[in-house]
Each structure stands twice: as structure tokens, then as C-alpha cells.
Design a protein around this ligand. Sequence first.
Ligand code: PHE
Length: 441
Amino acid sequence: MTKLFRNGHIFAALSNRCKYSTAPKSICTLHINDKEYQSDNFTNATPKIISYLGRNLHLQKGHPLSNVRQRIVDYFYKSFTHRGNPTFSVYDNLSPIVSVKQNFDDLLIPLDHPSRAKSDCYYLNKETLFRAHMTAHQSELLHAGLDNFLMIGDVYRRDEIDSTHFPVFHQVDAVRSQRKEELFVDHPDLQIFEPIFDPQYPEAFTNSTTDAHKQSCHTLEATKLMENQLKTHLLGLVQTLFGNDIRYRWVEAYFPFTHPSWELEIYYENQWMEVLGCGIVRNEILARAGPNNSIAYAFGLGLERLAMALYKIPDIRLMWSNDSGFLNQFNNKDVNAKITYKPVSIYPQCVNDISFWLPNNITVDTFINNDFYDLVRDIGGDIIEQVKLKDKFIHPKTKKHSLCYTIVYRHLERTLTKAEVNAIHKEIEKAITDSYDVVIR
Ligand code: PHE
């Protein structure tokens, strides 16, 4: 995704336009991503929501959502290969601004379906919205000729903000298609389609979903085999993430774009939690996209829920935190590491840098960071949340070496005063000067 306006800027662009334009007051132009959107009576995207565009938490290295995304991608890469190459291709950079056609029409979502309501989505105008699910890209990617792919990104839904709901969250969506030769390798006599259906002329057949077990165009064998693959693959994924002991159950579900459909629930914190929706792709969608020679399954899962359960993160808002006390619990670790989130103090951090010139016999590369960390901890004790090397510097003329560290102070039970922190910081400066003969800059 190309660069977006940042928080305040988009608001400025929006309100100035509205103020100075000659158009009626209620109409203005929204500038996002170098594109212009004319507002109308559907427009309900707020500056706050627009400000989340481009955060891309799912791509932020070391972020819990990115770690879970990586584990899911790894699972699909490892489990499905064709002549040594991964079967699935991954799209994690698709623009979150989509058309009503992409988000709803192409997926056979009825015109009166509640998910289209202004009260549920963030619209830029009546034709354009922030995608409400990653499935919004399914049709176009099928149309481009893809048959096995993952779509990963941020989705937007109007919702209350509490510990498990946030108007922006992240999904992994997928399609896996199988042609007759792939699905029935061992049974070349079996068919994907019923004899009454001619895949060459799909429009001549009214495909129905009245039978709970299958779409009318599909054979029961093809549907059952796909259902079995779908459930095996998704259970395999959940067990890879949570271990083989995870309690789970399949629940029948309804989605306008799949039939039959299911949801997978896992047992977490004494209750069943839905983690994904899935089903057999409605053949109308496949038939519109290209040669109608396959059957496909699709699924969509929420990254926040998985990450919260996996790492025991109690509040979804933490996902948006820039607090190093949160991020560093996940950063720089193996993505498969078993991590249990430890609550960070609710009291504010106090950040202070310290820079010093090293004596001539020590260089920026021979100075032992850990020594410094210990010294800081010895003096600051429990209020030291973090110490990080910020900068190494060699003066071009004097050739003197210098280091700079960032020290993050935070008390677990109360707010530290600036004076208190400064006093400890001074003590650290004195101690490092005394023990290493450095000169504070
Ligand atoms: N798009 C659905 C959702 O957001 C999930 C889903 C994807 C269900 C693909 C079935 C198939 O809830």
C-alpha cells in the first residue's frame, strides 16, 4: 500500500475542503492515498478510523499479530507444495479501500443483507468503503486466474470498543481450489458436477442452496471430500498454533458466499470462542471468474482472537499499543516461541537517554552492554523497565567513541515524578563515570 495521510493531515484535508469548497456544506472531498473520494449521504468514515490506515500491524515485525500471521503462512507453505514450490500465494498488501461490488455484490450478498448497513460499515461514499472482510478480494483474485491463495490484512467494522472488540481488526482469508484430477486422484470415475449441470454453460442452470448438504450443481462426493479437506486443514492449523490438546467443535453456519458453511470454535477461558468461518465457495462465484472446472473451499479467520488466546492478551486495545513494555514481550523472539503476556503497569513510562564518551582503551564494540544493563538495574531496581542501546558514535576528528542508551523507567504501583527519575538518572551517570571512567556528554 502506498503512503497514506497521517492522522491529523487527513482531517485537515477534509475539513479545509469542507470549509472552503463552493459545494453544498455536507459534500466534501476525502483525500486518501493520493485518491479523491466525493462524500455523500453514505459517508461515515471518521478521521480516527482513517488514521488506522497504513498501520499494517500484521506486517509489523515482532508484533503479536504479525507473529501469528507468520505461523499461519508457514503452515500453509509447509503443508501444501507442488513440485517443491508452495501451492498458496500470499497477498498481504491489498488496499483496504474497496468497492461495494467487491465487498458485497461479487460475493452474492443480498441487497438487504444487514452487513451492508451504514451502521455496520465505514463508507467513504455509497460506492466505496473500508473493507469489512478480506473476502472482498476473493472474486478479483479468482478472476486473475489464481486458485490457491491467502489474503491478509486489516478490516473495518463499526463496533463498540471493549476488551474484545475494536473497529479495526485483521483477518486471514483463503481459497483452495481443486480440479477433478486433483480431488479424485484415486477415483477418476467420480465427478465434481452433477450430470444435470453443464459447467460450460453455468448460467443455464439455477444453482440452489436449498439442500443443507451441498449446492445443487455439485456431487455429494465432491462436496464431502472438500469438506473433509477443509476441516482437516483448518483443524491442523489450529492444532499447530495451540497444540493437539485444544478443545474444538464445528458449528453449522451461514455465509452468502459459501454453501455448506461452518464455524470453528475453540474452548478458551471457560467458553467457546468462534475463531473462523468457512465453507464451499458458491459455484456462481467461481463460474464468473473463469473456466468452471473446479470446486473450492474458502475460510476467513480473525488474527486478534487467535493472538489474544495464544498469548493471553487480555485487551484487544493492547494490539495498537506502541508501548515498548508490550511490544518487547514479542519482539525479537522466534515466532513459534511460547509466550505468555505479562501485564505492563498502567502507570506512565518515563524515558531518559544517557550518552557518554568512552575512555581511550574501550571502543563502541568492546564495551559490554550487559555490564551497563546490570549497573542500571543495580541502581534503579524494579522501576527500570527497559534499557536499550540507541546509538554508537565515533567522532570524525577526535576519534573518540561514544554510546547512547535509552532508559525506560516505570513504577508498577504509582506514577513516578520527573524529579525522582532525574535523581536516579543522575546516580546512574555517577556510577558509570566512577566504574568505567567515562565522560557524560
Ligand atoms: N468473510 C467471513 C467473515 O468475515 C469469513 C468467511 C470467509 C466465511 C470465507 C466463509 C468463507 O466473517
